[in-house]
Design a protein around this ligand. Structure first.
Ligand code: SF4
Length: 357
């Protein structure tokens, strides 16, 4: 076990306190924090406005090495997958998605996931552990670095990778604070999305929290019976409770909630389910985001045909719902929604060519 603290786990105030302890003014702590999170610098020697003595102390006091990482890049694709080998674990996966002007980082909050949605690779092996706030932020750092090398700026963050973010609440909101801070990641709170199956305590905390993050609920079924089959997690709210929570979030925060709905052929994507969904969501403000399933080796679910997806979408729209349909991205490198982790944990290649960027 490494006795030195992980650098990215320290808050700005803790850096200020560290600087004072070294006989320095607190603003030295601010400078370090800005280098770290504003620019993603992991080398004290590059922190050119710090006196050499402070840089030397920094080197001794903290772990500076980033964990080994690999990029999985499907040439010509607009989606790339990052695999970070965190010590003593199977590693964590995150995704860079480039679409028009929009550059999104999909990041993970846990190693594995205890929710075990039937269709999701991340849930297959259960939960290994929570990620620290630093481990979450470092995914953003790496994705930002990669995006910059491609001439892009990360505009959106979705905490929709491995894990249930509300089960790791404190670390997730601390990480998003860093990504949101104008001297850190500089991404507006409304562009930071927390996606959850709906956990009572976590949602209550978010509602009471002054932060203005965007919230997405994983719905995936029009009835509680089917939803419980697909999301067999005892703590998940019922559909009516999710709708009530969405209304409350809108009332308190002025933010509409998005309902995520993965389309599984022969399971939840037929006309009967569409009409049930219209009945359930009629009058609820918010968008329903349809995600045609990305098939996983080892899991039995199938993606509906494009015609079935169109029919389902039309039926919802005719029923008065606001609908978006997620484009297919990253499936070739298993970087699409619900596909993270399976290859890594099964020891297969994360795929292709490039190493760290
Ligand atoms: S879909 Fe999300 S909540 Fe469900 S098992 Fe996968 S990572 Fe966990």
């Amino acid at each position: 076990m490494n006795p030195l603290p992980r650098l990215t786990d320290l808050s700005r105030a803790e850096f200020q306190a560290w600087a004072e302890k070294q006989g320095e003014r607190p603003f030295r702590g601010d400078q370090i924090w800005r280098w770290l999170h504003g620019r993603g610098t992991m080398d004290p020697d590059a922190m050119s406005d710090l006196p050499p003595g402070v840089r030397a102390k920094l080197k001794e006091a903290f772990v500076w090495q980033s964990p080994p990482l690999r990029w999985s890049i499907d040439e010509g694709s607009t989606t790339e997958k990052l695999f970070t080998q965190i010590e003593g674990t199977d590693g964590v996966e995150s995704v860079l998605i480039m679409e028009g002007d929009r550059t999104t980082a999909c990041i993970s909050s846990q190693l594995g996931c205890p929710v075990a949605c039937r269709f999701c690779a991340s849930g297959l092996l259960g939960l290994k552990r929570n990620l620290s706030s630093g481990e979450i932020v470092e995914q953003f750092h790496e994705i930002r670095r990669r995006a910059q090398s491609l001439g892009r700026r990360v505009s959106n963050i979705v905490v929709m990778g491995m894990g249930e973010p509300l089960l790791n609440y404190q670390a997730v909101v601390e990480a998003l604070d860093v990504i949101n801070h104008k001297e850190g990641g500089g991404i507006g709170a409304r562009h930071l999305v927390i996606s959850t199956v709906g956990l009572k305590k976590g949602i209550e905390r978010l509602v009471q929290d002054k932060r203005q993050f965007t919230l997405a609920f994983s719905l995936h079924a029009p009835t509680d019976a089917l939803r419980q089959e697909l999301i067999p997690f005892p703590g998940a709210l019922s559909i009516q409770e999710l709708i009530d929570a969405a209304k409350l979030y809108l009332e308190v925060k002025g933010r509409e909630v998005t309902f995520e709905y993965v389309l599984l052929d022969g399971v939840n994507a037929g006309p009967k389910e569409a009409s049930e969904l219209v009945r359930v969501l009629r009058g609820v403000r918010g968008t329903i985001n349809l995600i045609p399933y990305n098939e996983n080796p080892g899991l039995p679910f199938k993606r509906p045909s494009p015609e079935s997806v169109d029919r389902f979408t039309d039926q919802l729209r005719r029923g008065g719902l606001r609908v978006s349909v997620r484009k297919r991205k990253g499936h070739k490198i298993l970087a699409a929604c619900g596909q993270l982790r399976l290859q890594a944990t099964h020891g297969g290649p994360i795929s292709a060519p490039s190493s760290s960027v």
